[in-house]
Design a protein around this ligand. Structure first.
Ligand code: UDP
Length: 377
């Protein structure tokens, strides 16, 4: 969508082919039957350190600052998470200082200088206790792989802090589009009459019936090449949404600690209980004024045929297979491969936006297929 907006803004006709009945991919949001906004494809917590990305998206939306905070449920209670001083105090059941926590960690940490996988990343920072409580079970449930078989970057996404800072994310700008993602996407599309959207059209079915000067492909890279080098492994997800009216929330008040909410935080992770990995109640973040709320339970599942791919597997074996597709993609004439599925990389939203803006610059740079197009920017 970013590339469609960019090219359309420079006078080119763009057609977006979208398999689903709505725009925006997994970031799309909508309201439930009570008018409460939710994220049907899992939580999309926008955050970035990139000024360019923030400025670009700010052309289409205002922002609502959010302090993204989550909790973890294990051993029969809610825990402050990501691991921080309060988590430690909960563990030892008494107040502690940062100094005491650091000393405890120093004694528990497994000395690994250069962690080679996702297990070692956590063991080297916290030792076994927190690893077993919060990471091993969650990672097994989500990826169906042992943390030892996953790249260090996977669990390194989660900060470990010795202060009381319990923010889920690290980036300097953390906010949601104030009227939701769908509104942001609609604004992007409305910015130019040059963009046409065709919903319910699968690129794989339509590819032979379309003439395009250039194609931006954002689907799974293995499908584009007809699985020539085999099927890449993906994790898929299943979501269960439940809406609540105020009468059904009364008994949840003491758990949520807030009226008209279902749980005590925007997201609760379940590393060791239940089949779902997490429950998201996005109303905590949107702060939508409503007596109703909703939750989305998230289940990880394998990529059986017909299921949507959500996560590439950040592991050496999967990457080795992707490398073969990467070679094909690099020489595919007239096509740009952009995004998580097309480049088989676990990107966040701002990184994908940056990637799209970068691709626009590359295509319009001297020597590129659209050289000169953006010179009057
Ligand atoms: N993770 C974990 N326990 C948690 C949260 C995360 O073990 O309570 C690990 C897990 O492997 C997960 C990774 O850290 O896939 C990254 O977590 P994040 O919340 O960033 O995942 P995302 O929101 O991208 O699915």
């Amino acid at each position: 969508m970013v590339l469609a907006e960019r090219f359309a803004a420079h006078g080119l006709k763009c057609t977006i082919l979208e398999k689903r009945p709505h725009i925006g991919g997994n970031a799309w949001d909508c309201a439930d039957r009570n008018g409460v906004l939710y994220h049907p494809y899992g939580p999309h917590y926008f955050r970035t350190n990139s000024r360019a990305v923030r400025e670009y998206l700010s052309r289409f939306t205002d922002w609502q600052h959010v302090d993204y905070r989550i909790k973890s449920w294990t051993h029969g209670r809610y825990w402050s998470f990501p691991v921080n001083l309060e988590t430690f105090e909960q563990l030892i059941a008494k107040p502690a200082t940062e100094y005491e926590f650091k000393a405890w960690l120093a004694a528990k940490r497994v000395p690994i200088e250069h962690p080679q996988n996702s297990e070692e990343v956590i063991l080297s920072q916290t030792g076994h206790e927190f690893y077993e409580m919060f990471f091993r079970g969650y990672t097994m449930k989500h990826w169906h792989r042992h943390p030892r078989e996953l790249d260090p970057s996977v669990t390194a996404r989660i900060p470990i802090r010795t202060t009381r800072d319990d923010h889920y994310l690290r980036e300097e700008f953390q906010a949601l589009p104030s009227l939701g993602y769908n509104h942001l996407f609609e604004q992007m599309l409305a910015s130019s009459p040059n963009i046409e959207v065709k919903l319910g059209v699968d690129f794989q079915d339509a590819r032979n019936h379309f003439e395009a000067r250039h194609t931006i492909y954002t689907g799974p890279v293995d499908a584009y090449f007809d699985f020539r080098h085999g099927r890449l492994p993906w994790r898929s997800l299943r979501f269960e949404m439940e809406s609540f009216t105020p009468d059904r929330l009364v008994e949840r008040e003491s758990i949520a600690g807030k009226k008209h909410h279902w749980q005590p935080a925007m997201q609760v992770n379940y590393p060791n209980d239940h089949d779902y990995t997490r429950i998201v109640e996005i109303k905590h973040a949107t702060q939508q004024p409503s007596d109703c709320t909703n939750i989305v339970r998230e289940y990880s599942q394998d990529d059986a045929p017909g299921r949507e791919p959500y996560y590439p597997i950040p592991a050496p074996d999967a990457r080795a297979m992707y490398e073969k597709y990467k070679l094909l993609a690099a020489v595919e004439p007239g096509v740009s491969f952009v995004g998580r599925l097309a480049t088989y990389h676990y990107y966040n939203m701002d990184q994908v936006t940056a990637m799209a803006l970068h691709e626009f610059d590359r295509l319009t740079a001297p020597g590129g297929p659209f050289a000169g197009l953006a010179s009057h920017r």
